[in-house]
Design a protein around this ligand. Structure first.
Ligand SMILES: Cc1ncc(COP(=O)(O)O)c(C=O)c1O
Length: 434
């Protein structure tokens, strides 16, 4: 047996000794809102890639990108080192001069929701565009198609929206509208891998889409993200932005893929300047390592099972929470969608005899983790108080989310027994308060 084979055997043993069979014991262990779920295959892939010592993106990354693109149903997937980086890349891709008149320019308007995740918004501000905020709807927690199109003006160049906590927005209708109006649609699918709208996976409707693989997400590589598109030009541009802004598209460790490495003239450079050092964009380096991709490749084998379990858990939580409907607005899937639920989101009714803080502190004391819907109304966050933006209509639902919404976990490590425990704890809390 080679040293590698022996190490990989030992890795499997290590998994059995340290991780296998671990379950969360209700009331004894903390029930987090999210977390990673894995078996020996993730560990074996991780160690195997470390033994290659390739380190940067390599064979595992290539296999993962292929598998991911095939799963979603897009032509291209390019990995990035986080979902935030994927959002940055997706947005900057649409600013490329190579898109001519269609390129997003400084001062253009980009429609967002006020309950967005910060890094869905930040690239827009960082590039110098003007975010236009629309309110969210409760209980889907996505802005409605009607509200989004009301925000469109001559200055609108893009709509950049997330499928909130895995629940699709009305993406087919919006994609059609955007195409007609020549407005870019960026789908932030960071929380929604596997979600379906009208029979198609999210990430296939917009011009470009993003994913996150942080541990809270449907699959994880620790850190990581991806940009998806079926447009070859956008793919070429996004790889350029991702890889230092270079014009060359050689894979890591490869040279002269174009066959014209010393044969072209760009900008004011001398003829034949090495294509590897030609920069056609003011880019970044946002690549993922092969070790992250190795873990993600193993996670891909579990994606269907993970999404199914999330749906089951969400369904069970919904059944249990129906008993408390008097106190909570229950979550609803967008019509014609099959969400890939990221969490179970509740809004406490105005009339409830308790505050969100009281409830969340009680849940915490009973070892049940909760999370808020990002920053609530982001226009009220300190970093965003002075940004140049436009608000369409009121943001009253966003304020409600900010004051009274929270979510609990439905990720695959949670089971029916945990859900019973959660509902008993909420029942005890409510009995105390009523
Ligand atoms: C909707 C949304 N977009 C983007 C991100 C950013 O992803 P990452 O944490 O991988 O940077 C997140 C993070 O969870 C998110 O929820």
């Amino acid at each position: 047996m080679s040293a590698r084979e022996e190490i990989l055997q030992l890795t499997k043993r290590h998994y059995q000794e340290i991780f296998a069979g671990k379950i969360i014991r209700s009331g004894i262990d903390y029930i987090p809102a999210s977390g990673k779920v894995f078996d020996e295959n993730e560990l074996v892939n991780l160690v195997d890639s470390s033994l290659d010592f390739w380190l940067t993106e390599g064979r595992y990354n290539a296999a993962f990108e292929r598998k991911l693109a095939e799963y979603i149903g897009v032509k291209y997937a390019a990995t990035a080192n986080s979902g935030s980086s994927a959002n940055l890349l997706a947005f900057y891709t649409l600013t490329s001069d190579q898109l001519g008149d269609c390129a997003i320019k400084q001062g253009d308007e980009v429609i967002q929701t006020a309950t967005c995740f910060p890094t869905t918004l930040n690239p827009v501000i960082q590039f110098g565009c003007v975010p236009v905020f629309v309110d969210t709807s409760i209980p889907t927690y996505n802005p409605s198609y009607k509200n989004i199109i009301k925000a469109v003006t001559k200055k609108t160049k893009a709509v950049f929206l997330a499928h909130t906590l895995g629940n699709p927005f009305e993406v087919e209708e919006l994609a059609k509208f955007c195409k007609e109006k020549r407005i870019w649609l960026i789908e932030d699918c960071c929380d929604a891998l596997g979600a379906i709208y009208k029979g198609k996976k999210v990430g296939t409707f917009g011009d470009i889409a993003t994913l996150s693989f942080y541990p809270a997400h449907q699959i994880t590589g620790g850190e990581g993200g991806a940009v998806l598109t079926s447009n070859p030009l956008l793919y070429k541009i996004l790889k350029s932005f991702r890889d230092w802004g270079r014009d060359c598209w050689c894979g890591t460790g490869k040279d002269n893929t174009c066959g014209r490495r010393f044969d072209q003239q760009f900008g004011k450079l001398p003829l034949g300047y090495d294509h590897k050092y030609i920069y056609s964009h003011i880019g970044f380096n946002l690549k993922m390592t092969d070790m992250q991709a190795a873990v993600l490749l193993a996670q891909m084998d579990k994606i269907d099972e993970f999404v199914t379990k999330r749906r089951e858990n969400h369904g069970q939580l919904l059944l249990k929470m129906k008993a408390f409907e008097q106190f909570f607005i229950l979550p609803e899937a967008t019509s014609k969608s099959d969400p890939s639920w990221f969490g179970f989101l509740l809004t406490i009714r105005k009339t409830a005899p308790f505050s969100r803080r009281e409830l969340l502190e009680y849940l915490e004391s009973q070892k049940i983790g909760t999370r808020l819907l990002f920053g609530g109304n982001i226009t009220k966050q300190p970093a965003y108080l002075k940004i140049k933006c436009r608000v369409v209509g009121t943001l009253s639902n966003s304020d409600t989310v900010m004051g009274r919404s929270f979510w609990m976990g439905c990720y695959p490590a949670i089971n029916g027994e945990h859900i019973n425990y959660i509902s008993e704890v909420i029942n005890d809390f409510i009995k105390e308060k009523v």
